[in-house]
Design a binder for this molecule. Structure first.
Ligand SMILES: [Zn+2]
Length: 68
């Protein structure tokens, strides 16, 4: 009985995650520095995957504060 609801909410969550990723990516400009820790980089937006993930967490937290 619950399986359909679980699948639906999981699908919605996945769709939201993809939408968030697609929306955030073009907004990040190349500045020559990591957007999170400001380490100098030659390409991309972050010096490491971890910085990218942390940056997204901060951005998401900002969005939640703005909506509240
Ligand atoms: Zn960094």
């Amino acid at each position: 009985m619950c399986d359909i609801a679980d699948e639906a909410s999981e699908l919605i969550q996945r769709t939201l995650d993809v939408a968030l990723q697609n929306r955030q990516r073009p907004a990040i400009e190349f500045t020559g520095k990591c957007h999170y820790c400001e380490e100098a980089i030659s390409k991309g937006s972050f010096c490491s995957k971890e910085c990218g993930e942390d940056y997204q967490k901060v951005e998401r937290a900002k969005q939640f504060k703005g909506a509240a």
